[in-house]
Design a protein around this ligand. Structure first.
Ligand SMILES: [Zn+2]
Length: 340
């Protein structure tokens, strides 16, 4: 099969990879209907994370089940399925509490390489959620978004306790930040402030429910949020970048007693103890337990109540994955969908 492989920073190639096979009796193999490039794929692509030899890429996937192992009970060949970027058993205490990425049996899907024609999915019964019917083609991008960016933005909003009567600020205008706005809107937030300085992203932010735009960053951004909230700060802040600046911008934009939901993958962030001590801010986040939200998100999408697939502003054949990475790296595209 064909699949994307990162050889060195800036060097993604689509090449022949071995066809995935059932390796464990709990595995499934799926034929991908669509896959995509994640903002977190840009960390190794930019050399900010080490690249140690050729690495299969991609962890976002939807597709049709081809084959299942002998112990798979619920997932069947022919079903259209959505999974998250961590495989998990979905039965242990941690999974049942809704923290599937911390499942003791969790496996990271990214190492298996979902930017490909086929994918092996471990723990198929726990990891995959089947759609009620085979979805029409126009729903596929939104279902693919549920696999990561929508689920991650949703967790950011839930962790930030977005809800009725709340003012929610969002740091980061990538796909996750934008879908965090959609999530905050669905959860009933009263006011949603997008922190963005990019015109096309501001427009999409408004389509997803943002009521206000703040273009300033850092301390100026914090001052703007405070000015809009009687000097207090937002009740809820979604942090969707993962840098020192964005994390401090999020914490400092939150009012005492408020909540930060941080879902940008943390890179060299260190939090100062004393300001944190006096902030009275709740911090919750981490790798999103997308699996917790998948049934609800699939339902909202198949009933056409939300259209998160709008974050894909570039669609390319899998063979042109390298251009998909370049376009996102250069911020010419918010998110690239790849068709195998
Ligand atoms: Zn588990």
């Amino acid at each position: 099969m064909r699949g994307a492989v990162l050889h060195a920073p800036g060097d993604v190639r689509v090449e022949d990879r071995p066809d995935p096979k059932i390796e464990q009796p709990t595995d499934a193999v799926i034929r991908l209907a669509a896959t995509c490039v994640c903002g977190s794929d840009l960390w190794p692509y930019r050399g900010i994370e080490d690249v140690t030899g050729p690495a299969p890429m991609g962890h976002e996937y939807v597709g049709v089940v081809e084959e299942v192992g002998s112990e798979v009970r619920d997932i069947r060949p022919g079903q259209f399925v959505v999974g998250s970027f961590f495989a998990s058993d979905n039965t242990c205490e941690i999974c049942r509490a809704g923290y599937q990425p911390s499942c003791p049996h969790a496996e990271i899907m990214g190492t298996l390489g979902a930017q490909a024609e086929y994918l092996r999915v471990p723990l198929a019964d726990g990891t995959l959620v089947a759609t009620p019917d085979t979805p029409s083609d126009d729903l596929v991008p939104s279902l693919l978004a549920a696999s990561d960016v929508l689920g991650t933005g949703w967790f950011g909003a839930v962790a930030a306790e977005a809800g009725p009567g709340k003012t929610v600020a969002v740091v980061g205008d990538g796909a996750v930040g934008l879908l965090g706005m959609l999530a905050a809107s669905q959860l009933g937030a009263e006011r949603i402030i997008a922190m963005s300085r990019h015109e096309p992203r501001q427009q999409l932010a408004r389509e997803f429910g943002a009521t206000d735009i703040v273009t300033e960053r850092g301390n100026e951004g914090v001052a703007a949020i405070k000015e809009m909230t009687n000097g207090f700060g937002a009740h809820s802040v979604i942090e969707a970048v993962g840098t020192q600046e964005s994390m401090m911008q999020a914490i400092n934009s939150t009012r005492p007693g408020g909540h930060v939901g941080y879902v940008g993958v943390s890179h060299d962030v260190s939090l100062p103890g004393l300001p944190l001590f006096f902030s009275h801010v709740h911090l919750h986040g981490g790798p999103a337990p997308v699996r917790r939200f998948l049934p609800e998100l699939i339902d909202l999408i198949t009933r056409r109540e939300i259209d998160p697939g709008k974050v894909f502003d570039l669609t390319l054949p899998l063979n042109q994955a390298a251009e998909g990475y370049r376009a996102m790296d250069e911020r010419r595209a918010i998110k690239t969908l790849l068709t195998p």
